[in-house]
Design a binder for this molecule. Structure first.
Ligand SMILES: C[S@@+](CC[C@H](N)C(=O)[O-])C[C@H]1O[C@@H](n2cnc3c(N)ncnc32)[C@H](O)[C@@H]1O
Length: 177
């Protein structure tokens, strides 16, 4: 195979997970840092708690969760380019968070203390069905911009245009479901 064909094959292979992330999750739109800080506050994180960001983008949520709260934080990212950006940026955050190249739809979150997400409504509806079976009582789920299916939030923060902040929904498993 000549170099040009090989290049095309590699680009095509890299595009597959990127398209899956776009269609099955959400495009990469980072949450503004002020809103991230507010989400972390609402998540009431404690040291060593197991925290996930499903579709972590550049990793900002898990890095701040690790650095400022001492959480055991993991971010899953499926788009190869965004994943590489997250890995390259990691040293600048000086956090112990883990960034993994994974599709969150195939992960089990039974051990989660808190989960953060910023995904499209249809994706959230699907993950709600899975989470109804696997999340344990007391897990906090913090969703930026969109609510999760028909779950009842324990708290809803209205959008704040001054801070460029979309609404934030907070759920506590077992409390209002
Ligand atoms: C709206 S962005 C949010 C990024 C980050 N959580 C934030 O708040 O700044 C959604 C991210 O989810 C990723 N994503 C979408 N579907 C995914 C999947 N099935 N598994 C892992 N990551 C996914 C996208 O590539 C994108 O980077």
């Amino acid at each position: 195979m000549d170099l040009k064909k090989l290049e095309l094959v590699i680009i095509f292979l890299l595009m597959i997970p990127t398209v899956i992330a776009l269609v099955k999750g959400a495009p990469f739109v980072p949450t503004p840092l002020k809103a991230v800080r507010r989400m972390l506050e609402l998540g009431r994180l404690k040291k060593d708690e197991k925290v996930y960001d499903i579709g972590c983008g550049d990793g900002r949520i898990v890095h701040l969760a690790s650095k400022e709260y001492g959480a055991n934080a993991t971010g899953f990212e499926l788009s190869p380019l965004i994943y590489c950006i997250a890995k390259i940026c990691q040293p600048f955050w000086k956090s112990k968070a883990k960034i993994q190249f994974r599709d969150f739809r195939f992960q089990n979150f039974h051990d989660a203390d808190a989960i953060f997400c910023y995904l499209m409504p249809d994706t959230l509806k699907k993950i709600q069905k899975k989470w109804d079976k696997e999340l344990r009582k007391g897990t906090r789920v913090i969703s930026y911009a969109f609510p999760i299916g028909n779950w009842k939030p324990s708290h809803k923060e209205a959008k704040n245009p001054e801070k460029n902040q979309a609404p934030i929904w907070v759920y506590e498993i077992g409390k209002h479901q």
